[in-house]
Design a protein around this ligand. Structure first.
Ligand code: NAD
Length: 390
């Protein structure tokens, strides 16, 4: 079977789905690999390295997509302006697509995939289990984002991070508040501690207290039972009104003490919780910095503009999207290992073997046999269709 590695066409996207090392692994598993010329350039990976690894270099997207039976990508299919076609329409009928599809945010694309009878898998729906850990691209990208968010904050902050004792006096360390102590938040805590900040972390899930403290930060959070704040997969779930009020009060009492606030709070499938209202920003010290890693889901801060840096109430608010793409070499290396492990998971005896009784295979599948099979996406697609008809 032919596996195609497509060039990413999204704005500011510098990653590519697989490295030459992964090409070797995919070939050894029994596939042919087609690689779109120039697809690795943003990550400093030349066509030559892919050729040496055994890939056939294909010039142009039209050729790559039409010759591939399986397409590996990072971003969901997008409209390709130079070809005047949507990438999802370039796929062969019945082809297989592996990417970070984020189906709930790309309903129209999912509809095209279903119409074209594409079997699509969303890397961002990987179950949070030990068995799936090697394929967990969301964690890989969140790790990079958490690290980079701290560097952005340190660069923008008109203060130093570490405590310095100098002949010109003692400089107090900066205070960093991390909101949301999941994968990105924990990496942000570790990075901020490493460059000398005093760190506090806020989360609604009591389970993270120990992890936060083991990284040398102080935990703040509302007094909730684990079952009130966390679902069976370990994700945060929507809180009761009382828990929300309690948590919000606590969080807002900590914000004015911080020089930097890094927010990472998400609830799967829903817009990011609004945790930092404009009034709380107005109470921050002049020159403070907010980096909102939930910007792509609407932002945790009311004043965040996705993809932009704005100054409000003398506070710089950064709303980065695709932060992992700003570290393209390592982001590519990590994603490549994740997606290759997933492809090999779907492979038996040198060919694709889709076992729908397997929890990883079934949990990540969005479309197959002309249907949207991911329940929440199907419900949203049907809801949108009904609203349009009404
Ligand atoms: P996420 O990106 O969904 O959310 C980030 C953080 O925001 C979470 O810690 C969440 O509790 C927090 N949050 C949500 N709503 C909030 C609110 N209103 N106020 C404050 N904080 C809020 O989370 P994630 O980084 O994907 O991780 C979720 C969990 O899954 C973590 O416990 C993580 O350790 C676990 N995990 C397990 C595996 C595995 O076992 N293979 C892999 C990755 C993550």
């Amino acid at each position: 079977m032919k596996v195609g590695v497509a060039k990413e066409i999204g704005p500011n996207e510098r990653r590519v789905a697989v490295t030459p090392d992964s090409v070797r692994q995919i070939k050894a598993a029994g596939y042919e690999v087609l690689f779109e010329a120039g697809a690795g350039a943003g990550a400093y990976l030349g066509d030559r390295a892919y050729e040496e690894a055994g890939a056939a270099i294909v010039t142009g997207a039209a050729d790559l997509w039409s010759r591939s039976e399986i397409v590996l990508k990072i971003q969901p299919p997008l409209p390709n302006r130079s070809l005047n076609a949507h990438e999802a329409d370039l796929l062969n009928e019945g082809a297989v697509l592996l990417c970070m599809l984020r189906p709930l945010s790309h309903i129209d694309t999912v509809r095209i995939l279903a119409r074209r009878r594409v079997t699509s898998f969303s890397m961002d729906m990987m179950p949070r289990t030990t068995r799936a850990q090697r394929m967990d691209a969301l964690s890989s990208m969140s790790t990079i984002a958490g690290y980079k968010a701290v560097l952005i904050a340190a660069d923008m902050l008109p203060r130093l991070f570490p405590m310095l004792v100098t002949a010109a006096g003692t400089i107090a360390p900066s205070r960093v508040l991390i909101v949301g102590a999941g994968v990105a938040g924990l990496q942000a805590i570790a990075t901020a501690r490493r460059i000398g900040a005093v760190v506090e972390a806020y989360d609604v899930r009591p389970a993270v207290k120990e992890e936060v403290e083991s990284l040398g930060a102080t935990f703040v959070g509302p007094q909730l039972k684990e079952s009130e704040a966390q679902d069976a997969q370990g994700y945060a779930k929507p809180l009761s009104a009382e828990a929300q009020r309690q948590g919000q009060e606590l969080l807002e009492s900590r914000i004015p003490h911080a020089d930097v606030v890094i927010t990472t709070a998400r609830v799967p499938g829903l817009p990011a919780p609004r945790l930092i209202p404009a009034a709380a920003v107005a109470r921050m010290k002049p020159g403070s910095v907010i980096v909102d890693l939930a910007a792509d889901m609407g932002g945790n801060c009311e004043l965040t503009q996705p993809g932009e840096t704005v100054v409000r109430h003398n506070v710089t608010i950064h709303g980065p999207v695709r932060l992992a793409s700003t570290v393209p070499i390592h982001a590519t290396q990590m994603y490549s290992r994740n997606i290759t492990a997933f492809l090999l998971h779907l492979t038996k005896e040198g060919t694709l073997h889709l076992d729908w009784s397997d929890d990883i295979t079934s949990a990540t599948c969005v479309t197959r046999d002309g249907q949207i099979v991911h329940g929440p996406t199907r419900t949203r697609a049907e809801g949108a269709a009904t609203a349009a008809a009404g």
